[in-house]
Design a protein around this ligand. Structure first.
Ligand SMILES: *Cc1c(COP(=O)(O)O)cnc(C)c1O
Length: 394
């Protein structure tokens, strides 16, 4: 099997797995308990917090552990909205291709009277800092722009956007779930006020993540209960998961540069190979792109069928046009970069892992070519395209 869906989730690293199981086995106390066995768990928790903080340029008191990226996004956005509401500031700036954890939270706030400006991400899938600047108003309480997009992998000019927000005294949150552990991220250098991360996207376990909140920015808790996480997140901490997350992050960051070069070379080889398929196109900027992300559109085919046939060939890929909620709507990300419905439907995301080999890349290219040819062979849309009844877009 070739697993090329690392943007959906990653395999836990051996080191993270070992940390997790040994904490589960040996240090299973409750970190809120006062006896030594509980305090050992507390030490694991606080050492993990220190490690994670150090790795992203933060202070340990600026890290709040959550159940993952979605919770961190919700908490960041709802907190900034709460702070804004108290000051009569109810406008939020974001982008059209955010993750649904952000978009759906913003939709909820709209129902509560907030107004939201979703910035264009243009054909290349990148938000322009000057457009952020122009969109920020007197009543803006938050700018939330993702660090790197989960479908097309484009990396945003976060530092510049952060600088604008600092200048305008607006809180800046970034969903960095796809970036952390894959490209260098430093909250201080990047002028970030709040940042969301999730362990299972960097070879840690599922169901654990964190929110970075810069000192001085107030936070509202989503879950009421005990005083864990300094009152910002009730519930007994997932100590084994948090410890494994710290191990996974340390490992990923220590290998970032080395992995980035190797992965980017594999990615570019794959892009070059897929470009040979007629009437196909890469989605999103080729340069400002996560090292493992390849996202293509093929005219005249159905993305879903492509994935199923690739699965038969042992390749795990994902559809850009995820019919996630059972709807047939194509991906909001592909629509945001200006792909029309028909073309967006014929899309595919391959997110490579660090262990990918050249041979595997070549096998993927060969397989995708075969499958696309095969599907076009009996596609009515393709027939119309080649007979001239319908015009090619790509
Ligand atoms: C995966 C992902 C999330 C959600 O993270 P979970 O830990 O699965 O809740 C949020 N944002 C982006 C960009 C993601 O890729």
């Amino acid at each position: 099997m070739i697993y090329a869906d690392n943007a959906a989730t990653t395999k836990m690293s051996e080191a993270a797995f070992n940390t997790m199981t040994s904490v589960m086995n040996e240090i299973w106390g409750n970190p809120s308990s006062l006896y030594a066995h509980g305090q050992k768990a507390k030490d694991v928790l606080e050492n993990s917090r220190e490690e994670i903080a150090r790795l992203i340029g933060a202070d340990p008191r600026e890290i709040v552990f959550t159940s993952g990226g979605s919770e961190a996004d919700n908490q960041a956005i709802l907190s900034a909205a709460e702070t804004g509401r108290k000051k009569g500031k109810t406008h939020i700036v974001s982008s059209a291709f955010e993750h649904h954890a952000v978009l759906h939270t913003l939709q909820r706030l709209e129902k509560e009277g907030f107004s939201v400006t979703l910035l264009d991400v243009h054909e290349n899938g990148i938000v322009l800092p000057e457009e952020v600047e122009a969109a920020v108003r007197e009543d803006t309480c938050l700018v939330t722009i993702m660090y790197a997009n989960n479908e097309i992998g484009t990396i945003q000019p976060i530092k510049e956007i952060g600088e604008i927000c600092r200048k305008k005294s607006v809180i800046f949150h970034t969903d960095a779930v796809q970036a952390i552990g894959h490209i260098p991220v430093n909250v201080k250098d990047d002028n970030i006020d709040m940042l969301s991360a999730s362990a299972h996207k960097f070879h840690g376990p599922k169901g654990v993540g964190f929110l970075y909140v810069r000192k001085g920015i107030s936070l509202t808790n989503l879950i009421e209960g005990g005083a864990q996480e300094r009152g910002y997140r009730a519930g007994t901490e997932n100590v084994p998961g948090i410890a494994a997350m710290a191990t996974a992050l340390k490992e990923s960051i220590s290998k970032t540069d080395e992995n980035r070069c190797r992965l980017a070379a594999a990615r570019d080889r794959l892009i070059e190979g897929l470009r040979q398929i007629p009437h196909s196109a890469l989605n999103g900027d080729a340069e400002n792109r996560l090292p493992g992300n390849v996202n293509f559109c093929f005219e005249g085919i159905e993305g879903e069928s492509l994935l199923l046939l690739l699965d038969d060939k042992g390749i795990c890929a994902s559809s850009g046009s995820a019919c996630t909620s059972g709807s047939l709507d194509p991906s909001h990300v592909l629509l945001a970069i200006g792909r029309v419905h028909d073309v967006a439907h014929g899309s595919m995301r391959l997110s490579l892992g660090e262990d990918i080999t050249e041979e595997q890349v070549d096998y993927i290219i060969k397989s995708v070519k075969e499958v696309v040819d095969h599907l076009r062979g009996f596609s009515p849309i393709w027939r119309d395209l080649i007979s001239g009844k319908r015009k090619f877009i790509l």
